[in-house]
Design a binder for this molecule. Structure first.
Ligand SMILES: Cc1cc2nc3c(=O)[nH]c(=O)nc-3n(C[C@H](O)[C@H](O)[C@H](O)COP(=O)(O)OP(=O)(O)OC[C@H]3O[C@@H](n4cnc5c(N)ncnc54)[C@H](O)[C@@H]3O)c2cc1C
Length: 398
């Protein structure tokens, strides 16, 4: 077993690092308050969007929005380890490296889409021309997603969609819904579901904002009232959507901003070095040193899971249990990191974002709130433990 990167991988890592240094707007990393593992501290998209458009265009030109995709679909034809190296570096600098379309929808289309669908969607996704949001959850279907009610009824070459989705992150700033609908109400719950791409501009769609605990508009509730969608937008086979969804969820659980954990931790350690309490640097306090050492170990462990999943993908293995382990470990890490940050900064970590006294632009107090939801999005921690118990340990369902 060799834990080192190859020469080619090391060279690619340097190339990514050079690119970030040249292209990322000055002050971006320090100014961005995004918390690793959270969704809710994504700053107002209207503010971020225009500043990031040029950066994303440059990424698309290099095929780096879709690094591991084949070149024929606009990817860079690189390995999954190289893709992981890219995401690790990008998240270290809090740079935007991917989204629902490039990291979840596109890879699912690559696996299950028809040739026609691949040709229609993948190059546009790779160029960054289209963005998706995830339209899975409903008011009465979250963990038990197979009970979803939003219906899609065939009429000629179209499907007519009626129902409601909720918690749609970034729905208000995306082009298309990556959506699960019920296409056969007579079949067993998970056998009558299809996965479909729906244009946000279609008649009959109403998007309403939901403010999150951090005070940002990232969630939405979305209503579908007789929305007409071409049947060709169904991914793979009709009524097979549940199977594709399971794979898409694995892709989602592999989207981990690993470098962001390291970066934020380094900033907290630096704070402990520079800040004095009772005339002594915080870094000399045995309790604080202890917490920081513990955190350093947990980050390294998470890194091992992170590299392992990329390694598996390169060998044609689908990390299923591993995706759940990685999601669980890193979202809980997100919470522990916020706790450690709060312990190190004491009362200063209770100040509001915008206060001149709050360290790291208020990243820690915002992250402390944001990391609560990290344990819920993409399947709760309880659901991940269920998956690990059933599929990993072979324990009975109940
Ligand atoms: C930050 C964030 C972003 C999100 N983004 C999106 C998005 O973009 N698109 C989208 O469709 N959805 C999104 N969601 C919704 C998310 O997928 C659901 O909230 C999640 O699946 C849980 O569903 P629920 O909220 O209905 O809770 P419920 O399923 O009602 O669960 C309530 C509690 O019961 C527990 N529980 C439920 N079933 C079991 C079980 N079988 N065993 C043990 N415990 C169980 C859960 O773990 C939880 O603690 C997002 C959620 C968050 C927090």
């Amino acid at each position: 077993m060799d834990f080192r990167f190859s020469e080619q991988e090391e060279a690619f890592r340097r190339e990514v690092e050079d690119f970030i240094n040249e292209e990322l707007p000055a002050g971006w990393t320090e100014g961005n308050i995004h918390w690793p593992g959270g969704y809710g501290t994504l700053e107002e998209f209207e503010v971020i969007g225009p500043r990031m458009a040029q950066f994303r265009r440059r990424l698309a030109e290099k095929g780096w929005l879709t690094i591991s995709w084949p070149k024929e679909y606009g990817g860079a034809g690189r390995s999954n380890i190289e893709q992981a190296i890219f995401h690790e570096r990008m998240s270290y600098y809090r740079a935007p490296g991917g989204d629902v379309a490039t990291l979840i929808g596109g890879p699912t289309i690559l696996h299950f889409g028809s040739d026609e669908m691949k040709k229609e969607w993948l190059p546009r996704i790779a160029k960054g021309d289209v963005t998706f949001w995830l339209a899975y959850s409903e008011p009465n279907a979250g963990s038990d997603l197979a009970s979803l009610q939003t219906s899609a009824v065939e009429e000629g070459d179209e499907l007519v969609i009626n129902g409601q989705k909720i918690w749609g992150t970034v729905a208000h700033v995306s082009d298309y819904a990556w959506m699960v609908v019920r296409t056969d109400p007579t079949a067993a719950p998970h056998k009558g579901i299809s996965l479909i791409i729906v244009d946000n501009k279609s008649d009959g769609i109403t998007i309403r904002p939901l403010m999150n605990i951090c005070g940002f508009h990232s969630f939405n509730e979305v209503f579908f009232d007789n929305v007409r969608v071409p049947k060709k937008n169904i991914v793979g086979e009709k009524n097979q959507g549940w199977y594709y969804l399971m794979v898409a969820l694995d892709f989602e659980r592999l989207v981990i901003p690993m470098g962001g954990f390291r970066r934020t931790f380094e900033e907290i350690v630096q704070y402990a070095r520079e800040t004095k309490h009772n005339g002594q640097a915080l870094s000399r306090d045995p309790l604080i040193r202890n917490k920081l050492a513990e955190m350093a170990i947990e980050i390294e462990v998470a890194y091992m899971f992170f590299w392992q999943t990329a390694w598996m993908l390169d060998r044609g293995l689908m990390p299923n249990i591993e995706a759940s382990v990685l999601k669980l470990v890193t979202t809980e890490l997100s919470q522990k990191l916020a706790s450690v940050g709060t312990a190190v900064m004491g009362h200063y970590a209770q100040l509001e974002r915008g206060s001149k006294w709050v360290p790291l632009r208020g990243r820690v107090p915002a992250g402390y709130l944001d990391c609560i939801s990290a344990l819920v999005g993409a399947g709760t921690s309880e659901i991940q433990r269920n998956i690990i118990a059933m599929r990993g340990l072979g324990l009975p369902r109940k």
